[in-house]
Design a protein around this ligand. Structure first.
Ligand code: DX5
Ligand code: ZN
Length: 328
């Protein structure tokens, strides 16, 4: 076994925390190499910091660069637009292949149409708050949000010191702005996240840790750093928020119901309409050669959404199951 594998045996799929690599501090002269390396070293996503020299006092890259990078990796792209007029350019960023687009709530431009455009394109829409901006400013847009991004440095530059007081004041509370999402809502923390701050942000329930400079330090073992940061965030979650119980791995699926096909399809439709993804598989409880229309089908859904599904659809499921029982 390699030294790396021994140090952190947790595979990414068993963890709750996810790491998005910000490529701001990578070699900007060779971004294609940066994203392929980040993928090889095991990050979960690429975080793309777009700056316009106006909303923030720095300038990076735009939609064309993102589009060119899109071909170089299979990892999801989270775009973080630190620009004054994202609405003007939103089609370009959608066309570039961003999986999520997060804009800033502090801009003067109309925010709602941009969030709607992102969602209409089937991507995740996010709003980001600078350290000094109260979360309450998100309130008017709450129902349009898939992502809340909390900045723990002033936007503009990588490598700044993590603001722990901002994290404590906002991260846990940020979840309330995603209460309309039964599944898939994400809190991102951006700025100064590294091995020192990972446990704290994990204990505050963060889903996605944006990590920039800590990954690109010369001589650093990036793969080990990613696993360390994930493990520390999960540790924080387990002991800070989850009563000592290990977090549910983000990729884990559970069987929610076993029903004959037509009823299984009905229930799937209802659960998916509430925003929880459902998979249907032939139930191993019945014989392998049983007719598909007679046998039971298992409804699988993400373990992290199980409690919400039970609360909303538990009785419905039981009613459907009872309807299949033959009277004695
Ligand atoms: C700052 C950017 C961040 C930053 C993260 O404006 O939004 O994504 O590059 O880098 P570190 O981890 O170095 O703070
Ligand atoms: Zn960022």
């Amino acid at each position: 076994m390699s030294r790396r594998a021994q140090a952190f045996p947790e595979a990414p799929s068993t963890s709750r925390a996810r790491v998005a690599a910000s490529i701001l501090d990578a070699d900007l002269g060779n971004l294609a190499r940066a994203v392929t390396r980040a993928e090889r070293e095991g990050v979960d996503r690429i975080h793309l910091d777009v700056m316009d020299g106006h909303f923030v006092p720095n300038l990076t890259f735009g939609a064309k660069t993102i589009k060119a990078l899109r071909r170089r990796t299979r990892l999801p792209f989270d775009a973080h637009l630190m620009i004054s007029n994202p609405g003007t350019f939103i089609e370009e960023y959608l066309d570039a292949g961003c999986d999520s687009i997060t804009i800033h709530v502090e801009i003067d431009e109309d925010i709602e149409p941009t969030l709607r455009a992102i969602r209409a394109a089937g991507r995740a829409a996010g709003l980001c708050v600078k350290p000094g901006t109260p979360l309450a400013e998100l309130a008017p847009y709450q129902r349009l949000l898939d992502i809340v991004m909390v900045m723990t440095v002033e936007p503009g530059f990588g490598g700044q010191a993590f603001m722990a007081d901002v994290a404590r004041a906002k991260l846990l509370e940020a979840r309330t702005y995603l209460s309309h999402k039964l599944h898939g809502g994400e809190i991102h923390v951006d700025g100064g996240v590294n091995r020192e701050s990972a446990e704290l942000v994990g204990s505050l329930g963060v889903d996605i840790l944006v990590v920039g400079s800590a990954l690109w330090l010369k001589g650093r073992d990036m793969a080990r750093e990613i696993r360390l940061i994930r493990a520390l965030a999960d540790e924080g979650y387990q002991y800070g928020l989850n009563g000592g119980v290990p977090p549910i791995p983000r990729d884990k699926m559970v069987t929610f119901a076993s029903l004959p096909r037509p009823l299984a399809r009905t229930l799937r439709e209802e659960v998916e309409a509430a925003g929880i993804p459902v998979l249907l598989f032939r139930s191993p409880q019945d014989a392998a050669d049983m007719d598909d229309e007679v046998r039971r089908w298992d409804l699988l859904l993400p373990a992290s959404a199980e409690a919400a599904a039970k609360e909303r659809f538990g009785r419905r499921r039981d009613t459907l199951a009872r309807s299949t029982q033959q009277p004695a």
